[in-house]
Design a binder for this molecule. Structure first.
Ligand code: MTE
Length: 300
């Protein structure tokens, strides 16, 4: 399976050696600004060097544990993630409460290095471990009339201090159109850098849809429902004008309160330049066809 897609990047594909060495030299040298100015073009454009595990696990959005970027790391440690099961229902042939261990049986877990672009205009590059959502949907059998997939996060207030505040309606909810869900770039991730998924990143299993803003990548999933109606999503429910159902990364459609044209790569240092955000987060060759003929200003 590995290597089937252009965006199924490997370390060697994403790290032009010169840019990589320059960045390491930059970090080691500590003369961030001087060295930053000397960086070659590729590095300035934000070569896809994966972020460190430390960066990926220290700056998170997981509002069930608080709205601060460091809250998930501070408060998610107490989340019980074993045993874990996912209730799969709605328009499927084999509904049921599936134990995660059973879901994972026979699945090939691969590494996918994907950009994560947050709606707040920062981004990271993460080496996820996971399998295609399609593998699970095929296993449970999608009924012919199904058009959408709805997801829900665990809601367990005693372990999730952030749920005392009505930031979004809990449980956190997300949804995809069925063709987006079946797309080979859409994965259920169970780890990062070959290690089990850290709690703050959505243990034990979370969605990753690399061409959409990060908030579509719902964490700690306990429920998956196939439906013929577009499902409500948490952010769309509270702020429909700011967060649409599709939420494709699109530098041409601004968030009502800020531009989405550029982003700041986490870990780049204080003086790292903002980089231009790419349409569909750079995955356009693979996914643009899903939206052929759609007005993406209307369906944002
Ligand atoms: N899932 C749940 N259940 N709760 C959340 O608050 N935040 C989303 C998404 N999934 C969120 C969530 C947002 S806004 C982003 S940007 C990503 O998770 C962040 O993923 P990361 O912390 O692994 O970088």
């Amino acid at each position: 399976m590995a290597g089937r897609f252009k965006s199924d990047l490997k370390w060697s594909d994403v790290t032009p050696e010169a840019a990589f060495l320059d960045r390491r030299a930059l970090l080691a040298g500590g003369a961030a600004m001087a060295a930053g100015l000397a960086l070659p073009r590729g590095a300035r454009a934000g070569a896809l060097e994966p972020n460190t595990l430390e960066e990926i696990t220290s700056y998170n959005n997981y509002y069930e544990f608080g709205t601060g970027k460091t809250d998930p790391k501070a408060y998610a440690g107490g989340l019980t993630t074993k045993p874990w099961s996912i209730e799969v229902g709605g328009m499927v042939e084999k509904p049921g409460n599936y134990d995660l261990a059973d879901i994972l049986k026979g699945k090939s877990i691969e590494e996918r290095i994907y950009r994560l672009r947050c709606v707040e205009a920062w981004s990271m590059v993460v080496p996820w471990n996971g399998f295609e959502l399609k593998d699970l949907l095929d296993q449970v059998g999608v009924q012919p009339g199904a058009k959408y997939v709805a997801f829900e996060t665990l809601y367990r207030p005693e372990e999730m201090p952030g749920t005392r505040y009505p930031v979004v309606p809990w449980p956190y909810r997300e949804g995809l159109r069925l063709d987006e869900a079946m797309h080979p770039l859409t994965i259920l991730a169970t780890g990062i850098y070959g290690k089990p998924m850290p709690n703050q990143n959505g243990a034990p299993i979370r969605l990753v849809v690399p061409w959409k803003y990060g908030f579509k990548s719902i964490k700690s999933i306990v429920k998956i429902t196939l439906t013929d109606k577009q499902p409500p999503t948490s952010w769309n429910t509270i702020q429909a004008r700011e967060y649409g159902f599709y939420s494709n990364v699109n530098p041409n459609v601004d968030h009502p309160r800020w531009s989405q044209a550029t982003e700041r790569r986490i870990g780049g240092g204080l003086f790292s330049p903002r980089i231009e955000t790419q349409m569909f987060n750079g995955y356009g060759d693979e996914v643009a066809g899903l939206y052929a003929g759609m007005d993406l200003k209307k369906y944002y």
